[in-house]
Ligand binder design. Structure first.
Ligand SMILES: Cc1cc2nc3c(=O)[nH]c(=O)nc-3n(C[C@H](O)[C@H](O)[C@H](O)COP(=O)(O)OP(=O)(O)OC[C@H]3O[C@@H](n4cnc5c(N)ncnc54)[C@H](O)[C@@H]3O)c2cc1C
Length: 433
C-alpha cells in the first residue's frame, strides 16, 4: 500500500475540480493533488453554455481567451411556441457591464480539455484513474483518503468536486435534497440530449442563439455547436420525455429523436410536409443520451473533521463541497457548470490563504472561509430558484391557450426591451458573481 501526503486533495477532474486546481496554483499554492476516477476524458458532453460572469472568472485564471477561440459567441436565448419566438434574452445589452457581452456556446468536453491543458502548462497533472472509496480522520486531525487501487493520500483539506453522486459528500454524511422539499417534476424527470446534423443546412435555425420551443407542457431545445470547416452544421438538441411515455433508450437512435422533434419541436424543423413546406430530417446523430433531472443542495458545503479555530484547534481536516457535489438543478438557462466553475475559482484565494495560515492569520482566514461557504450556498439557492422560475414560465407559455390572459401577458411582456435585458442580466450571473 502506498501513502502520499498533500495539503489539498481535489477529488474529480470535471470543470469544477480543474478550475479549482488552476485557481489554487495561480495563487502560488503548490501542495495540491487532483485525482480522477476515469482513465481518460469521455467524448460525451453535457454543458453547452458559458455565461458572462463565468467568462470573467475564467479570464482571471487565463482560460477565457482559449475557450472563446473554440466556441461560438451566442447573441441570445430565445423562447418560442412551435411557430414563432415570443421571448428573448439579448446578451449584447450586457456590453456596458462586462467585456463578455455574449453567451459562449461550447461543449463541456472542449471546456475541460482547455482547463486541463492550462493545468498541464502549470506543471500539475491529473492523477488518473484513481477512484476514491473512503476516508477517515487520523490521529493528527488530518484526513486519510483511500483509493480503489489501495493507495492512501493524507490531506489537510479534501475538496469534493466529484459530481452529483459525490462519494465525498456521502462519506462526510452530508444530506442532499431539494431546498423546497419539492417532489421530482414528472414532466422533467426524463430528458434527452443529442448532437445532430440536418438533411438541409437551410434549416432556418439561428446559428448563434439558443432556441427553446414550449408547447403543451413539452420542451424542445436547439443550440448551434462549433464545427470543423468541412463538416455540416451541428446542433445540440434536447427535449423532455414525460414519465407516462416510459423510459427512453439509453442512447436514443435517430428515429426516436425524429419522432420527438416532429411532435414537440418547431414546425420549421419538422419532417412532416403538412406543417413544414420544406421538410427537414435529422441526417446524422453524432451522440445521444438520456438523463434524469431534479434540484438538490448539500446541507453544508464545509465539514470540519478537526476542531474549529474558535475551539483552539488548528482547523485541520476540512472537507469542502463544490460544483455538482454541492448543488444540482434542471439545465434550464444552462447554469449548472457556470455555478461550479465560479465556486471553484472564487475558492482558490480563500483556500490557499487558509492552508498557508500561521497561528496569527488563521482566525481571520477561517472567517473568510466561513463567509465563502455562506455566499456560495446563497448563490446556489438563488440559481436553483431561477431555474425553477424559468421552467414554470416555459410551462405556462407552453400550455396557455389563445384565450388565456397568460398567453397574451407573456407575449406582450416578452417584447419589452427592458424585460429582454433583464432576462440576459439574470442568466449572465453578473448580478450574482
Ligand atoms: C444533460 C445536462 C445538460 C447540462 N447543460 C448545461 C449547460 O448548458 N450549462 C451549464 O452550465 N451546465 C449544464 N449542465 C450541468 C453541468 O454539466 C454540471 O454542472 C457540471 O458537469 C458540473 O461539473 P463538476 O465538475 O462539478 O462535476 P462533474 O462534471 O460531474 O465532474 C465530476 C468528476 O468527478 C469524477 N469522480 C466522481 N466520483 C469520483 C471518485 N469517487 N473518485 C475520483 N473521481 C471521481 C467524475 O469522473 C467526474 O470527472 C448540464 C447537465 C446535464 C446533466
Amino acid at each position: 500500500m502506498s501513502t502520499q501526503r498533500t495539503t489539498i486533495l481535489i477529488v474529480g477532474a470535471g470543470p469544477t475540480g480543474l478550475a479549482a486546481a488552476i485557481s489554487l496554483v495561480k495563487q502560488g499554492f503548490r501542495h495540491i493533488l487532483i485525482v480522477e476516477e476515469t482513465a481518460s476524458k469521455g467524448a460525451a458532453s453535457r454543458a453547452m453554455t458559458i455565461h458572462a460572469a463565468t467568462l470573467e472568472a475564467l479570464d482571471s485564471i487565463n482560460c477565457a481567451e482559449a475557450l472563446i477561440e473554440l466556441g461560438i459567441k451566442g447573441s441570445g436565448m430565445q423562447l418560442s411556441d412551435r411557430t414563432a419566438p415570443f421571448m428573448d434574452a439579448e446578451f449584447a445589452s450586457l456590453a456596458p457591464y462586462t467585456k463578455f457581452p455574449f453567451v459562449l456556446l461550447i461543449s463541456q468536453s472542449t471546456t475541460e480539455m482547455v482547463l486541463e491543458a492550462q493545468l498541464h502548462e502549470m506543471d500539475v497533472e491529473v492523477l488518473r484513474p484513481e477512484k476514491v472509496v473512503g476516508f477517515q480522520r487520523n490521529d493528527d486531525g488530518e484526513i486519510d483518503v483511500s483509493f480503489e487501487s489501495g493507495k492512501v493520500i493524507t490531506a489537510q483539506y479534501v475538496l469534493g468536486a466529484d459530481g452529483a453522486k459525490s462519494v465525498i459528500r456521502q462519506l462526510a454524511g452530508v444530506g442532499f435534497a431539494d431546498p423546497d422539499g419539492a417532489p421530482v417534476d414528472d414532466r422533467l424527470a426524463q430528458m434527452i440530449l443529442a448532437d445532430v446534423s440536418f438533411s438541409s443546412s437551410n434549416s432556418n435555425l439561428p446559428t448563434d442563439k439558443v432556441c427553446g420551443t414550449a408547447s403543451g407542457g413539452k420542451f424542445f431545445l436547439t443550440i448551434p455547436l462549433p464545427k470543423s470547416p468541412e463538416s455540416d452544421p451541428i446542433y445540440r438538441i434536447g427535449f423532455n420525455v414525460p414519465s407516462s411515455a416510459g423510459p427512453p433508450p439509453s442512447n436514443p437512435p435517430t428515429s426516436y429523436l425524429q419522432q420527438y422533434l416532429d411532435e414537440q419541436g418547431p414546425f420549421n424543423l419538422s419532417s412532416d410536409a403538412s406543417v413544414n413546406p420544406n421538410p427537414i430530417h435529422i441526417s446524422k446523430t453524432i451522440w445521444s443520451t438520456r438523463f434524469r433531472t431534479h434540484a438538490a443542495i448539500a446541507d453544508q458545503f464545509l465539514v470540519r473533521m478537526g476542531s474549529p479555530v474558535e475551539a483552539g484547534g488548528r482547523g485541520r481536516g476540512l472537507v469542502l463541497l463544490v460544483g455538482d457535489a454541492a448543488h444540482i438543478h434542471s439545465p434550464a438557462g444552462g447554469l449548472g457548470m457556470n455555478l461550479g466553475i465560479r465556486d471553484a475559482i472564487s475558492l482558490g484565494p480563500v483556500l490557499a490563504a487558509h492552508a498557508a495560515s500561521n497561528n496569527e492569520s488563521l482566525p481571520k482566514n477561517d472567517k473568510l472561509l466561513e463567509e465563502y461557504v455562506t455566499t456560495r450556498r446563497d448563490r446556489a439557492l438563488s440559481t436553483i430558484r431561477l431555474t425553477k422560475r424559468i421552467m414554470s414560465i416555459a410551462n405556462v407559455l407552453g400550455t396557455a391557450k389563445l384565450l388565456d390572459i397568460n398567453y397574451w401577458f407573456f407575449r406582450l411582456v416578452g417584447r419589452i426591451p427592458f424585460v429582454k435585458r433583464q432576462i440576459a442580466w439574470n442568466l449572465s450571473g453578473l448580478g450574482n458573481r
